[in-house]
Write a protein that binds this ligand. Structure first.
Ligand code: URA
Length: 435
């Protein structure tokens, strides 16, 4: 006789610290997605998972159940000039100033690799790739699967919104986690990210797992556990997966916002840009090209000789954008100056992300509109020398009433010391891969 499963028994199983069975997981994920389990019941289960955890088999089952809630995409038939195109995607766990997808997708695609980059919008202090790209006049995020396939075959790079049928269980669960304090959990983050990436049908995957104050999981040991969990989930699903653990204690580059981050990405594509953004773009590009069977490709050359920029222009144009149109600028700016002379030892990523959000670059509720020109431009990074009275940040917004909140968020963000710091962190902290 088959077991009778109901929401309260599933909640009680996890509350009491036991393993959920495969049947319990399949049932509750499906029933919640269809609306047969109430949000308060799912909230209780999610909190029990946050507190009690899940083992590898449970995480695998939870991930598969979320994939099975929708349809799987399949890019295995992509061809160009009669040749099969390998597909590789990158996913970041989310950070401040993390515009890497913008230069990275066209850079990797310029080597004949297809990069199907399904991205999200920002929520809270972390920015969203689609919000950044939507600051480009005419650019649109919503493509049908047929349009995606056509663009992947022709241009190689697509950055667009995930369709409603890609892991719909995760979409519903993520919205609930966001308002019930249940985002910060290794099993829940790993299954959320990997269900979407496996359902998307990429041939290989490179993960950028953030560590530090601006990351969802600031602690390095926990971030490493997240990376290992996701790499195993990828391997189990037949998607070769590599993770880089990277620093998110200070923001990436010198900008956090929307159009300001596009400007910085264009600098990278033109062969310049801040050193940390270039370093991380190249590190991830090498991993992606290696995963696509091109270990000897030289991504630095494609940035300096304009090949990656050509692919960027094609990618933006294919999605209705005008790569030559001036980008929006905020109507008001305000400088925040250093109070002492010395060297920047720390620049808190979380505080900069909060300031950009308060200036209007992000949203506090799904569906809210964002300001294209809002954000923070940094004038110094950890290790740089600053003088009292010189600008540390320039705040950008269309609504000057927002300056006060952003200034408050940044009050203790920079730690300035008299001597050059000897403990600035490298951008790439480690690599996780199971051979
Ligand atoms: N990004 C996701 O897609 N899911 C999470 O749970 C956290 C970050």
């Amino acid at each position: 006789m088959s077991e009778i499963i109901h929401a309260t028994s599933v909640i009680a199983t996890k509350r009491d610290g036991a393993e959920l069975t495969t049947a319990q997981i399949d049932w509750i994920v499906d029933a919640y997605t269809r609306g047969d389990v109430a949000p308060e019941q799912m909230s209780a289960l999610l909190m029990a998972i946050v507190l009690r955890g899940m083992d590898r088999r449970e995480i695998g089952d939870w991930t598969r159940a979320m994939i099975d809630s929708g349809t799987r995409m399949d890019f295995s038939g992509l061809h160009r000039n009669g040749m099969a195109l390998p597909t590789v995607d990158k996913h970041s766990t989310g950070g401040v100033g993390d515009k890497i997808t913008l230069p990275l997708a066209p850079l990797v695609a310029s080597f004949g690799v297809a990069v199907p980059q399904l991205s999200g919008r920002g929520l809270g202090h972390t920015g969203g790739t689609l919000d950044k790209l939507e600051s480009i006049p005419g650019w649109r995020a919503d493509l049908s699967t047929a349009q995606m396939v056509a663009q992947l075959s022709r241009v190689g790079a697509v950055i667009c919104a995930a369709g409603a049928d890609l892991a719909p269980a995760d979409r519903k669960l993520y919205a609930l986690r966001d308002v019930t304090g249940t985002v910060e959990s290794v099993p829940l983050i790993a299954s959320s990210i990997m269900s979407k990436k496996i359902a998307e049908g990429t041939g290989a995957l490179v993960l950028d797992v953030k560590v530090g104050s601006g990351a969802f999981l600031p602690d390095e040991a926990v971030a490493r556990r997240l990376a290992e969990t996701m790499v195993s989930l990828g391997a189990d699903a037949g998607v070769p997966t590599t993770a880089l653990l990277t620093d998110m204690d200070s923001p990436l580059g010198l900008t956090a916002g929307n159009a300001v981050e596009v400007v910085e990405s264009l600098e990278v594509l033109a062969g310049g840009g801040p050193a940390d953004v270039v370093e991380l773009t190249l590190a991830l590009a090498r991993e992606m090209l290696d995963a696509a069977g091109l270990p000897d490709a030289d991504p630095a050359a494609a940035l300096s000789d304009g090949t990656a920029m050509d692919t960027w222009r094609e990618m933006i144009t294919a999605q209705g954008g005008d790569p030559d149109a001036p980008l929006p600028r905020a109507r008001h700016t305000d400088d925040v100056t250093a109070t002492t002379t010395g060297y920047v030892r720390r620049l808190d990523a979380r505080a900069v992300g909060d300031a950009a959000w308060l200036l209007g670059a992000g949203r506090s509720r799904p569906g809210e509109s964002v300001q294209a020109g809002a954000g923070v431009v940094l004038h110094a990074k950890p290790g740089d020398r600053v003088s009292a009275g010189a600008p540390l940040y320039t705040l950008h917004t269309d609504a000057p009433a927002r300056f006060d909140g952003a200034r408050r968020a940044l009050e203790n963000a920079a730690v300035i010391v008299p001597e050059p710091p000897s403990d600035t962190r490298p951008v790439v902290l480690d690599r996780v891969r199971f051979e």
